[in-house]
Design a protein around this ligand. Structure first.
Ligand code: 4NP
Length: 164
């Protein structure tokens, strides 16, 4: 099993979008028995909430309807043991994870776009926070998550099979 946790600030915009895209890819590739996906936030401001309505609208319109079933949760200490890969949406949240993470699990932390190798462009490896912006910002996040998720899954699966 490969367990991947995607992390943003509130767990209501970016990481739910990334989770829903990864979830759909896992189903399409019939990897459900091999890859587990979850998401969480570094902050507790929206615990138990559905994703932001703009995130649900943008993701659902592109076929990633799993997003509507998600509820926000905060990163917890056991996540660092349970997950193999913990991928932050931006530097701020990567730093927050580094502060919380036991040293033996630090190697699991990376930027979502950097891990997949798709973060070399204008984004500088970050998925920007769309919360105070407009729908275009959410569309941009979705685009980054779609290309990032493919790359993340490709690398995670190929590294796991090489390690055997
Ligand atoms: P997310 O976006 O980290 O992508 O879920 C945000 C959600 C909420 C807030 C900021 C960013 N907030 O300030 O409440």
């Amino acid at each position: 099993m490969i367990r991947i946790l995607v992390v943003c600030l509130g767990n209501i915009c970016r990481s739910p979008i990334a989770e829903s895209v990864l979830h759909t890819l896992v189903e399409e590739r019939r990897l459900g028995a091999t890859v587990e996906i979850d998401s969480a936030g570094t902050h507790a401001g929206h615990l138990g909430s559905k994703p932001d309505s703009r995130a649900i609208a943008v993701a659902t319109s592109r076929g990633y309807g799993q997003i509507a079933r998600q509820r926000a949760r905060q990163v917890r200490p056991l996540d660092f043991e349970r997950f193999d890969l913990i991928l932050a949406m931006d530097q701020r949240n990567l730093h927050a994870l580094e502060q919380m993470c036991p040293s033996e699990h630090l190697h699991k932390l990376q930027l979502f776009l950097k891990y997949g190798g798709s973060g070399g462009g204008a984004s500088a490896g970050e998925v920007p926070d769309p919360y105070y912006g407009n729908r275009e910002g959410f569309e941009h996040v979705l685009e980054l998550c779609v290309s990032g998720a493919r790359a993340v899954l490709d690398r995670a699966v190929s590294e796991r099979f090489q390690a055997r």
